[in-house]
Design a protein around this ligand. Sequence first.
Ligand code: NAD
Length: 502
Amino acid sequence: MTYTTDVQTIFKALDLAPPEHNPTGLAVCTPIDASLLARVAVSTQAQVDAAITRAHTRYLSWRDVPAPKRGELVRAFGEAVRRHKEPLGRLITLETGKIVQEGLGEVQEVVDICEFAVGLSRQLYGLSIASERPEHKLLETWHPLGVVGIISAFNFPMAVFAWNAALALVCGNTLVWKPSEKTPLSALALNGLLLQTAQAQGLDVAGLSELVIGDRLVGQTLVSHPQVRLVSATGSTAMGRAVGVACASLFKRSLLELGGNNAAIVGPSANLALVVRGVAFAAAGTAGQRCTSLRRLIVHRTIYAPLMTALVRVFERLPVGDPLISGTLVGPLIDQRAFDAMQRSLEQARQSGAQAHFGSREEVGDAAAFYVRPAIVEMATQSGPMLQETFAPILYVVPYDSFDEAIALNNAVGHGLSSAVFTQDLREAEVFTSARGSDCGIANVNIGTSGAEIGGAFGGEKETGGGRESGSDAWKAYMRRATNTINYGATLPLAQGIKFEV
Ligand code: NAD
């Protein structure tokens, strides 16, 4: 069976029409062997405008549906996704090259955030605040925002949409989603399932969750359209810089989830067996193509040699190969551009005198695809390519002497997404997670930098964009806050004791 027929079978299993073949459309290839999966139509400017208008019209009625009722749609959607976990996970693997376990894990995230959002649909509470005036009530209430535009990256083609969609829908908003041009099939499947679920509940689906397909030009239309009230954009820092500035100039809300250059500190007391497992998963898992992938390892000089020996031994045996085959732990890079960027960074590091282990291309079948053995690069100082995010499996390692120096190294890069410390020293753990510790949105102890749960707010500081998605109170980004002062007396006392008699 070719991967193209595999895609057809998946859509059949979801009870959805297979993606229409458009001979001049966007070519979608699988990174598994670089073969063509489908050609899908790109949305025209007029189609994107019409989709946004439909979403705005639908918003005007959706906002009046009680939130727990809106939650019923999200609950049924989550259940449908759970029932179809296997085909959805396989589609993620076909389109992104993630290993099957990680594809399934991503689908589980969709289920988890739906469950979270269903509970949230009964908890969109505001505040009751003591008023300084007699017979007055001071409240803070939360209301839907409008159309939420979602721009997503290739590496989480379903979960990123779900983090946004599940919350935005229970909050009373409607959606327009522009997925990555590399992964439109996952979007067609997941959005198709959402609309199928809505239809089964007798809901009007027009404008509830519109899908628009294309590259950055389509994204730019979402950003500039006056009826899109919030743009939630996930992707590179370069993309976020463009989207953030454009939104700011229109006084439009943006929620930016951008790149990461994540570090872990390994203290002298660390449990090295645990470190090796944690580091291998965080650095080599998903072929280093997670925003939270571990890219920098800051190791106490006294344990540097034994840790390096153990890591090199593990990396040289990592099963690199076809992500559909069980036992594979490292699948392919998304495309040649990613491979070239990786090789450029490795070359730059080598030229600066660093010692690079592995990182070259691996033969997998007769594939025209880009498989690599994850690299470990020993650096004398934190410099050169180590200061940037290269979206590929490269783990730079530097030694440190004092814990303050290690924290300074952790914080001395542009990004601020995820970080970790491996230590059994309570003081180090507490300092790392304190005000003078890691400056990242995620700071972990004795686990790697990747693999966040949906219960916590997810996002990062500095060049990661500052947005927060998923759990905790991230829902507030999808609503507008109103402060209400209600006078239930017969006089009109003014605040601050002001007298204004007329
Ligand atoms: P990318 O920036 O190339 O593309 C992301 C999305 O933005 C795509 O849909 C693309 O079409 C769109 N886009 C690009 N430029 C745009 C513009 N000027 N206006 C509007 N839309 C635009 O990123 P990618 O290669 O798909 O994904 C990898 C990057 O995403 C990495 O940097 C990774 O760290 C980051 N990422 C971050 C998170 C997070 O939650 N922080 C999650 C996943 C990925």
